[in-house]
Design a protein around this ligand. Structure first.
Ligand code: ZN
Length: 646
């Protein structure tokens, strides 16, 4: 029996986990080698691959397996046989390879334990055709699939990532082939758990030392570079070593480099900074930049499913590689789908973003707010303050505290490239479609922000007043121009002197954004009593019972059981508990019967009993689909649960 399960803490598809094969357990991500080593690296055997053949042969698939049984040790993983350069045969070769491996596994089940088998998926396989094969392998107990990379981020590497996204969530993925150390972190991010380090041995045989950025060939005429690793520092003069000793040193060095690469990747994943790290490598590698852009677009739903909805770090977004990152695109799409301006908004005030987040704590926004309060303060709730920024697009003031609006860092120069301007102009167009024709837009922007508004102008129905397009918006004259325009608007804004509704507007907008449209009205009904301060903690009580609290520092709403009950009719962000009584502070995946496929790691979720009664609320630790597919692992950290569940 082979079982794979994961720990808490996704960063995109990247994860840490455990692979239990029989009695042994491998922590993942892990290095793995086709050569038996003395270096504590997990070994995998390879069928059809003998010492003399350079590549696994096709013949091994078509006749009954006659490998010496000594190849198989109980604890070993076995990579199923392959064929030479599949793609040159035909596009259907991927399916043929899968069916041959399946046949092979069934024919040899007396000598080859299927739960130790690793199925190979050829890069030419049609992604739409593999599901039924994977089902068949899965029912035999197979839990690992291998993909062979050529390491240069060519089309076959791209296809491998797309194919990997089709694996069942409770399988581990092995990256085979030419995996140079710099490729370890990106492949980890794309969801690979095991990394073949055959390259460490191959390079050593070629007298090469792998480094983080390049490779060094040890030749008699050039002094070797300085390396502080234990293998190299034991031999200050590599050149003087006999061939065997040099080999041994280079192998140890090369494996050490892989270990460092993997260790760094795991650390970054646990800090939610792996995506940032990979984005930053695109600045020195055009191949990686185009690879990332293609995968961001083609595999968005795969990357997004595992991208957490919160982050402890400021997200650094420096270049185009971030424009379509899952967190960013999801935010833009959620703003379109989940933000619905209250009907009492009569004026949309467009403002530039600020380096300091949340915006309202910045110097520039404090000036804007002072100007608004001193001119039309009593009717400020009728103004839809909207911040323009890249690459998030538009951010309603109500949502400036949510993730990632309050957690990103960009160079705020106001010089946007044409793609950024188009992204923000499109976002502005969608935003303005939500307002009536008689709403007036006041654009208090200049520079690149002005370019955004001008670019969207033709696509916007409402009329736009520019306050001070020629000069910086925080200048005294510009602020005076803003004050004049706002005073002119007093008549439009002051329909009657009802009470200000900022607190309600903010909390409802945040609830809609977090849980989906309609959540605000369910969770904060008209009779709700709100307490606290907008930019600190806001609590909401209904019938004297607390239903939720918004904590500004984390930018999200947490529910009480009563809040969970109010929100349940929305039919979103739920998980169904399979047991009778919630015990302890967590629910494990085995205890989840079903879950909303829209749940992402880090989401606030409602726990339902099998009779659809709300029995708990908490935070998800994995995606909803993972909760359904994994047999082990932390699924939900509970915040509140019912005392007695019947
Ligand atoms: Zn070294």
């Amino acid at each position: 029996m082979t079982t794979f399960w994961i720990d808490r803490g996704h960063d995109g598809p990247a994860r840490t986990g455990h692979l239990r094969i029989g009695d042994s357990e491998i922590r993942t991500p892990s290095l793995i080698s086709p050569l038996e080593t003395e270096h504590g690296i997990t070994y995998y055997g390879s069928l059809g691959h003998d010492e003399t053949a350079a590549k696994p042969s096709f013949i091994a698939l078509s006749r009954r397996w006659e490998q010496p049984r000594s190849l198989l040790h109980d604890e070993n993983l076995i990579l199923l046989p392959s064929m030479i350069s599949g793609g040159i045969l035909s596009a259907s070769v991927g399916s043929i390879l899968l069916s041959k491996q399946l046949e092979f596994l069934k024919d040899n089940s007396d000598t080859l334990n299927p739960t130790r088998a690793i199925v190979r998926i050829d890069s030419f396989t049609d992604p739409d055709s593999i599901a039924s094969y994977l089902d068949s392998f899965g029912s035999l107990g197979v839990r690992i699939a291998a993909f062979a990379f050529d390491g240069v981020l060519a089309p076959s590497d791209y296809r491998n990532v797309i194919l990997r996204s089709q694996l069942p969530r409770n399988w581990a993925a092995l990256a085979l082939g030419r995996i140079e150390p710099p490729l370890v972190a990106p492949l980890h991010y794309f969801g690979f758990d095991l990394f073949d380090i055959g390259r460490a041995f191959e390079a050593a045989a070629q007298r090469k030392r792998l480094m983080f950025l390049d490779t060094e060939r040890i030749t008699p005429d050039v002094a070797p570079r300085y390396c502080s690793c234990s293998a190299c520092s034991a031999h200050p003069s590599l050149l003087g070593l006999a061939f065997d000793s040099l080999q041994d040193t280079l192998i140890q060095h090369n494996i050490g480099v892989y270990r460092m690469a993997l260790s760094e990747s795991v650390q970054l994943q646990q800090e939610n900074r792996l995506r940032w790290k990979i984005e930053s490598t695109t600045h020195s590698s055009p191949a990686m930049a185009s690879f990332m852009r293609k995968i961001d677009r083609a595999a968005y739903s795969y990357l997004e499913e595992y991208t957490p909805n919160n982050c402890r770090h400021t997200m650094v977004l420096i270049g185009p590689e971030s424009y379509h990152a899952p967190t960013i695109r999801r935010f833009r799409e959620n703003i379109v789908e989940r933000f619905s301006p209250p009907t009492h908004k009569q004026l949309v005030l467009l403002l530039p973003c600020s380096a300091r987040k949340p915006y309202s704590s910045s110097k520039s926004h404090r000036r804007f707010i002072r100007t608004i309060e001193s001119t039309i303060g009593s009717v400020r709730h009728r103004v839809a303050e909207t911040i323009l920024t890249s690459p998030l697009g538009v951010i309603p003031r109500e949502l400036e505290r949510v993730f990632p609006a309050a957690h990103y860092d960009i160079p705020v120069t106001g010089d946007w490239d044409s793609e950024e301007i188009e992204i923000a102009a499109t976002a502005l167009e969608h935003h303005m479609n939500k307002f009536g024709d008689d709403v007036v837009i006041v654009a208090h922007v200049n520079g690149g922000y002005l370019d955004i508004v001008r670019s969207a102008e033709d696509r916007i129905r409402q009329s736009i007043i520019y306050t001070s397009p020629e000069q910086p918006v925080t200048r005294r004259e510009s602020l005076a121009a803003l004050a004049d325009v706002l005073l002119d608007m007093t008549e439009i804004l002051a329909i009657d002197d009802e009470k200000r509704t900022e607190l309600d507007d903010h909390l409802r907008a945040i609830a809609d954004f977090q849980f989906g449209l309609g959540a605000g009205q369910l969770l904060i009904p008209d009779e709700a009593r709100l307490g606290g301060k907008l930019y600190h903690t806001v609590t909401c009580r209904v019938n004297k019972e607390q239903v939720c609290a918004f904590v500004a520092s984390i930018g999200s709403i947490s529910l009480t059981l009563a809040g969970g009950q109010l929100l349940a009719p929305l039919n979103r962000y739920w998980v169904r508990f399979a047991g009778r009584e919630l015990k302890g502070s967590s629910i494990f995946a085995v205890g989840i019967e079903d879950a909303d496929p829209g749940v992402r790691p880090g989401d606030e979720v409602i726990v339902l009993s099998q009779d659809d009664v709300v029995v708990g609320v908490g935070r998800s630790e994995m995606s909803g689909q993972e909760m359904c597919e994994f047999e082990k692992g932390h699924a939900v950290s509970l915040r509140h649960k019912s005392e007695v569940n019947k």
